[in-house]
Design a protein. Structure first.
Length: 198
């Protein structure tokens, strides 16, 4: 278990580390500066690790804003489609589902089907039936890839999340956290990293 920011940096600041920085779209007003501050602190205090986001509004964007203030070259995003929030994209490197051959990624599909709310949408989406409903599958596939990676994208090493502590582990954030747990990728939420800012 990571018990301090110093021990986190000591263990994970390597060239092969990819840290997920993400969470809920709805961020408490009082917490918004903390997400930016953590992104900035991480980028300032490390040299090698890269940071990965899903490019969503809210926590993803706030964390990314902090990183981009220091070193956007170490920030990458994985998006559900090519033009997803393009104007709000701060990352140097972008991967999107349209450029990934999902037929060659059975583990991504298997892990994504674990999400009970979207499991029946995965196959129609993969078969090319793309509409407002099946697009929900793209978001879950994107959330899975952020953790597992693909043949071309390395997997995540560690997850830092901003969760809704009144309704934890729900939605896309909850799915991403569960994939981290299934894949034995360590993760923390704000109950730990808020203390890193003190």
């Amino acid at each position: 278990m990571i018990d301090s920011f110093k021990s986190f940096v000591s263990k994970y600041d390597t060239a092969h580390t990819i840290v997920l920085l993400e969470g809920k779209r709805a961020v408490l007003e009082a917490d918004k500066p903390k997400l930016i501050a953590l992104g900035k602190l991480l980028a300032e205090s490390t040299r090698y690790m890269k940071f990965r986001s899903g490019n969503a509004d809210g926590a993803d964007f706030l964390f990314s804003s902090g990183i981009a203030l220091v070193d956007a070259a170490r920030l990458q995003v994985i998006t559900p489609y090519e033009d997803h929030r393009k104007k709000a994209r701060l990352a140097y490197e972008t991967f999107h589902l349209d450029q990934i051959d999902l037929a060659q990624e059975p583990d991504v599909i298997y892990q994504s089907r674990k999400n009970k709310k979207t499991e029946k949408l995965i196959d129609p989406y993969l078969e090319g039936n793309k509409n407002r409903i099946t697009l929900k599958a793209a978001y879950i596939l994107r959330d899975t890839i952020k953790v597992t990676g693909t043949q071309q994208i390395p997997p995540a090493s560690f997850g830092i999340f901003y969760d809704d502590l009144n309704n934890p582990n729900s939605g896309g954030t909850g799915h991403t956290m569960q994939i981290c747990k299934d894949k034995k990728i360590p993760l923390i939420d704000q109950r730990i990293w808020f203390d890193w800012l003190k």
